[in-house]
Design a binder for this molecule. Structure first.
Ligand code: ATP
Ligand code: MG
Length: 792
């Protein structure tokens, strides 16, 4: 029954997604398969905006009125006499109504909407120009004298249309530039050699990466590409410890192993940073299933197709094998598959933990949001169970310190509370993985956040952290916290992982630059929209990655004067978009850059309020995490614009100190939780930092910006209108007698308004009401007829 409701709902309206999720939850609780429900949501997704009409993305360029000099001669008028504007308007109206004209316009690329816009602009041009071009003037004059046909205006109309819609002249070029149908051909270096692709496929903890790394270390030259900085760091250390000099390259960090700083023959990097023009003997591309990631998948595709290495080792789930084989038909590379079995046992328990009192040494409780992390941690502390905490937003040093504490057999901390940040990378001594919940916020291909049951692949990845080979616990256990989740978990992990069907792609800076050359008036975000709508790809094997985060940043700095290349690079920076403070700093950096002023250590420290003190509350901790992200952004940009970000080394030192300060805060997390007991700002902690950034509303940043740039009138207006909008909503809500209603709660939670501001608004509203009432009663006294009481 509910099953059918879901299916119907899907077709009706995409905005009811939360309702569908709720229904799905209820359905699964009542015994339906989560897989069946996932399928229904898939139906939902296929009804997305792919059909978006490209013409709707083109904005007309307002035509510029020609300034005439007093002594300019109106040749048209000299030759054929004056044309009255009224007569001209009649002719234009006739022209607009002609079906033949519309047909011809369509043939020339103007759909109904563009035709209408072009006509409005053409009419304005004809009526407002003091002097029309001579030939057009003569055509009008002839028409008025009954000579010729109104259709004769069409070439002049089309000329005007092409001026305000420059894409009409270059659609073929735009289509060629955005043709992504044969991505294998983009990498001439890789196509110039015969490569051998070795797929290491198997479950977690089966030695896939280990075997690939053996080949990497034995090779004369090699590159390792991992999904996380921590993983790249681990390989960097492992390789150097094994006596093979290896460099580290991540977005924010470069480390050389050779004392003379010359590049080593081996390099460990994050996938996005891998060079596809440097030749290597061996390349390792880890966690290959990430090729399907809606946001980052393109980076795996790029390395897979483009890496110039004789041997390419891919490690990950077997679900990627068929797709890889398919893609390699285009590259002509040889493919070999090596399958692995799990090295240790993993038992799924029949009993849930249910009570915090039942938590044991070696347990790792996995949560999917920070609220749960803090709650669980606090409950354990109340019982005197010391615990380490790891979530995605923590600095790497802090994560490692927490992991070390948990792994150290001599340390009393024997329990870990973590998000699925531990799903990839860290080597942890976990005996039992306990799923605190099975629902997780996910980013879909359209960049929307949706609550969903964890996928089979995610569940297996996380569960597989228990009983890691070579640790104290060689038999792992997996269970849930709540009894009702046990059967659901079993069902999820018993499903087959569906084969990966498509690999991600995204436009390159060169392609966007070419687009900008053809469409010089379009904004960067608009260029991306046009590109993604126009582009052609082989949808059997590829999909276009979601670019919403990029577009969000592009919109944020649209009004800042920057060359396109610089703007593009800025928008590629790793910014957690859900953190208003980081986004505000991003905007400030772009402004400083645009003014040509270097972003020095002093400048950035001033902005961030360094030096930093140890956090006293969770809110302090969350703020320091944002500060850490800003320093990451600085370092990332410093590798692209060294002149403008000259103090990267000093900033790195500041960041290391901050990592220690945060470490100390996290070490005392119970104290922080207790001192924050009264009010934890939910907007800050209810995040989904481990699944990608959620794009917040842009207005949020403008409010923060206002504080710093109160002279900026546009933003000031924005703030005022937003404040009045909020006030109105609150007033409406209060009118309904819901002072502590949902809207107020949401506004506070979203950080759009504080409780004190809400209180002020309430007082203001009461005052206003009192004034209105007194005016009304005065009026009624003056004019008793208006008094509704009297009427009654
Ligand atoms: N043959 C081996 N000899 C020694 N240690 C090994 C061997 N195989 C694996 N290991 C160790 O076992 C642990 C798990 O191996 P590895 O990281 O390669 O697994 P994986 O299959 O890549 O797991 P995941 O899917 O979680 O990435 C690592 O610490 C690794 O060093
Ligand atoms: Mg691995």
């Amino acid at each position: 029954m509910a099953h059918n409701i879901i299916q119907r709902s899907c077709v009706i309206n995409r905005d009811i997604r939360p309702f569908v999720n709720f229904l799905r939850k209820v359905t699964v609780r009542h015994g339906a398969s989560p897989r069946a429900c996932s399928f229904n949501v898939q139906l939902f997704r296929t009804k997305s905006d792919n059909s978006k009409d490209v013409n709707s993305l083109f904005q007309p360029i307002p035509f510029r009125k020609q300034e005439n000099n007093a002594d300019d001669i109106n040749i048209g008028e000299e030759l054929s006499g004056e044309v009255k504007k009224d007569d001209l308007l009649k002719l234009l109206n006739q022209f607009y109504r002609r079906p033949e004209v519309r047909r011809a316009a369509t043939e020339n690329g103007l759909d109904q909407k563009l035709f209408h816009q072009a006509y409005i602009s053409f009419r304005q041009f004809c009526l407002e120009s003091e002097m029309l071009p001579a030939d057009l003037h003569i055509v009008f004059s002839d028409l008025l004298r009954g000579a010729g046909h109104v259709d004769n205006l069409f070439p002049y109309f089309m000329k005007h249309a092409k001026e305000i819609f420059p894409h009409l002249e270059c659609m073929d070029d735009l289509r060629k530039i955005s043709d992504l149908r044969l991505p294998a051909n983009w990498y001439s270096e890789a196509r110039g050699i015969q490569r051998k692709i070795i797929i290491h496929a198997g479950p977690t903890n089966s030695g896939k990466t280990h075997h690939a790394l053996e080949c990497f270390m034995m090779a004369k030259t090699g590159v390792y590409c991992g999904p996380l900085r921590l993983l790249a760091n681990e390989v960097f250390k492992k390789t150097n410890d094994a006596g093979t000099p290896c460099d580290l390259v991540t977005g924010e960090e470069r480390r050389c192993s050779n004392p003379d700083k010359s590049p080593a023959d081996h390099v460990a990097c994050t996938v996005e940073m891998c060079s596809v023009t440097t030749p290597y003997d061996v390349a390792v591309l880890d966690e290959i299933q990430m090729i399907k990631d809606p946001q980052r998948g393109w980076a795996w595709t790029r390395v897979l197709l483009g890496i110039c290495a004789k041997e390419v080792h891919l490690c990950g789930e077997g679900s990627a094998i068929d797709l890889i084989k398919q893609l390699m038909l285009d590259t002509g590379d040889e493919v070999e598959v090596r399958r692995y079995k799990r090295l240790t046992k993993l038992n799924y328990l029949n009993k849930a933990v249910e009570r915090f009192e039942n938590v044991l040494a070696g347990d790792c409780i996995v949560c999917f949001n920070k609220n749960d992390i803090f709650y669980v941690s606090k409950q354990l502390e109340k019982l005197g169970i010391e615990n380490a905490v790891i979530y995605g937003g923590l600095p790497p040093g802090t994560k490692l310190a927490q992991a070390d504490k948990f792994n150290d057999p001599k340390h009393p901390c024997k329990v870990l509370v973590a998000t699925d940040a531990i799903g990839m990378g860290l080597n942890l001594c976990i005996k039992r993985v306990i799923f605190y919940s099975l629902m997780k916020p996910n980013m879909n291909q359209e960049g929307e956040k949706e609550m969903d049951f964890i996928s089979t692949s995610q569940a297996l990845q996380i569960a597989g952290r228990a009983g890691r080979f070579g640790t104290a616990y060689e038999t792992g256990e997996v269970t849930t916290f709540r009894a009702k989740d046990i059967s659901l978990l079993k069902e999820i992990v018993s499903n087959d992982i569906s084969p990966i069907e498509q690999a991600g792609l995204h436009p390159t800076a060169d392609q966007i630059e070419l687009f900008a050359y053809h469409l010089p008036h379009a904004t960067l975000s608009n260029l991306i929209d046009i590109f993604t709508t126009l582009c052609q790809l082989d949808s059997e094997c590829y999909f276009m990655c979601n670019m919403d985060d990029f577009k969000f940043l592009a919109d944020l700095i649209e009004h800042v004067q920057l060359p396109l290349r610089v703007r593009y690079v800025f928008c590629c920076a790793p910014i957690p978009k859900k953190k208003p403070f980081v986004c505000t700093m991003f905007l400030k950096c772009a402004r400083q850059f645009s003014r040509g002023e270097a972003l020095t250590l002093d400048w950035i420290c001033n902005q961030l309020g360094a030096p930093f003190s140890i956090p006293k509350t969770i809110a302090d901790l969350v703020h320091l995490e944002s500060v850490f992200d800003v320093l990451d952004m600085y370092l990332w940009l410093s590798y692209r614009f060294q002149d403008m970000f000259p103090d990267s080394e000093l900033v790195r030192d500041v960041q290391k100190e901050l990592d220690l300060v945060i470490q100390e805060g996290v070490a005392n997390i119970t104290r922080l939780l207790l001192s924050s007991e009264s009010q934890i700002p939910a907007s800050n902690i209810d995040s989904i930092d481990d699944v990608g950034a959620q794009t917040p509303k842009k207005e949020k940043f403008l409010v923060e910006e206002d504080k710093a740039y109160s002279t900026d009138s546009a933003e000031q207006n924005n703030k005022q209108s937003k404040a009045s909008g909020i006030a109105k909503s609150i007033q409406n809500e209060k009118v309904k007698g819901q002072m502590s209603g949902k809207l107020a709660e949401t506004l506070i939670r979203e950080g759009l308004i504080t409780s004190a501001e809400l209180e002020d608004l309430y007082k203001e509203w009461k005052k206003k009401q009192a004034i209105e009432r007194s005016i009304e009663s005065t009026n009624n006294r003056r004019n008793p007829k208006n008094d509704p009481r009297k009427k009654r």
